[in-house]
Design a protein around this ligand. Structure first.
Ligand code: PLP
Length: 395
């Protein structure tokens, strides 16, 4: 027997739940890609993406997922043999670095830990050692979606500047843009990238990159440039060059609607909503952890992301069983543990188009699963989340 009729809730960190408005925005014919309407759509999206990144600089829209945008970002500023410093705090920056290595860069990983954020002082110390300025770029993820950590991108930026090192600061905001503050210019970021299918509530298939003046200057003599990704190729006067070919019109219709919804809600409010719902999840997990089987992957309270919580599962209990139960019996799809946490964790995403009912429903379903599978856990996690929201969301 199951209790899963009705809409399935995606509680995995991407693709995320899409609003009906976003789905409906795509239910129309394509438009003339040479029309004024198309040009206005592109110009408006470029403007709004730059505003989301909080930069006065240009942004670029690729027909790609996040992996594509990684390559787009790297290929525009790197030359073969350039050294890249990857700041480890889970899986994603390391994977970005692996792409750089395969493209011909020399990659060094600043050893981190899957259970904590990048330490800005360690970054500064490493950069100070590099007196010859061999390191050309620094890669980090604002939120590592595997470990559930949030890195302090502002503080890392300060550490880079304090070291006096000229390397480009490149930040992955795939699991954070549109969910929490991101200030490209203020934080001294040279290249920022993101994708459509997480906080931005849009189907997978769009990748975004923004580039500072410093990055544009390096770009001019970079030798990894490729025609599709190349920023300069996208600057021509002909509109279709913005997409290096046919525009992905339906994805753009969806993105337009999604960004309109975020702006209607107000970005500050969107960020607050993520904080509140993220904390509700953490309150529940903290109670479950009393049973000694479940726990937070990220040790430090202030390093836990407002977009995804990675929950470790100890003593031989199988997170896969819990995930299968939640999906098959209750219609809630949890995220799986990936990388080092495969088979040892599950993830609860709380990013994008989420409200209290979806989050409390997800937490309730996890408790149903823990009970049904007799996984020891502290009782009252859902109640703790309910109490927290009742105290925090004022009437
Ligand atoms: C999801 C994700 C990516 C990869 O995006 P894809 O669209 O799956 O290629 C990169 N970085 C972070 C932080 C992510 O969460």
């Amino acid at each position: 027997m199951t209790v899963r009729a009705g809409r399935e809730i995606l509680a995995l960190p991407g693709p995320t739940n899409m609003p009906d408005e976003v789905l409906q925005a795509m239910h129309r014919p394509a438009l003339d890609i040479y029309s004024r309407e198309m040009i206005d759509l592109t110009d408006g999206l470029h403007r709004d993406l730059s505003n989301l990144f909080a930069t006065r600089n240009k942004s670029y829209i690729y027909i790609s997922n996040g992996h594509g945008a990684w390559e787009g970002a790297l290929s525009n500023v790197l030359s073969r043999g350039d050294k890249v410093l990857v700041l480890e705090s889970g899986r994603f920056a390391v994977s970005w670095g692996n792409a750089a290595r395969l493209m011909g860069a020399a990659v060094e990983v600043l050893k981190g830990d899957w259970r904590r954020a990048v330490r800005p002082d360690e970054v500064e110390a490493r950069l100070r050692q590099d007196r010859a300025h061999e390191i050309k770029a620094i890669l980090v993820a604002q939120v590592d979606t595997a470990s559930g950590v949030v890195n302090d991108i502002e503080e890392i930026g300060k550490a880079i500047r304090a070291s006096g090192h000229p390397a480009l600061y490149m930040v992955d905001a795939v699991a954070s843009l549109g969910c929490m503050p991101f200030k490209m210019d203020q934080w001294g970021i040279d290249v920022a990238m993101s994708g459509s299918q997480k906080g931005l509530m849009t189907p997978p298939g769009l990748g975004f990159v923004a580039a500072s003046d410093r990055a544009q200057a390096v770009h001019r003599h970079a030798d990894m440039r490729m025609p599709y990704w190349d920023w300069t190729e996208r600057e021509g006067t002909e509109h279709y060059r913005r997409y290096a070919g046919t525009a992905p019109v339906h994805l753009l219709f969806a993105l337009r609607k999604a960004i309109d919804m975020l702006l209607d809600e107000g970005l500050e409010h969107v960020f607050l909503r993520h904080r509140l719902l993220g904390e509700a999840v953490r309150r529940a997990v903290a109670v479950w952890a009393e049973g000694q089987v479940l726990g937070f992957n990220i040790d430090e309270v202030c390093e836990r992301s407002d977009t995804v919580t990675t929950v470790t599962v100890a003593h031989g209990h199988d997170p896969g069983r819990l995930q299968r139960y939640c999906t098959e019996k209750c219609g809630v799809v949890l995220g799986t543990g990936i990388g080092d946490l495969q088979g040892k964790a599950f993830r609860i995403a709380h990013m994008g188009h989420v409200n209290a009912a979806m989050i409390l429903g997800t937490l309730g379903v996890v408790e149903v699963g823990l009970n049904a599978l007799q996984v020891p856990h502290g009782k009252g996690g859902l109640e703790a989340a309910v109490s927290y929201l009742g105290e925090s969301v004022s009437a």
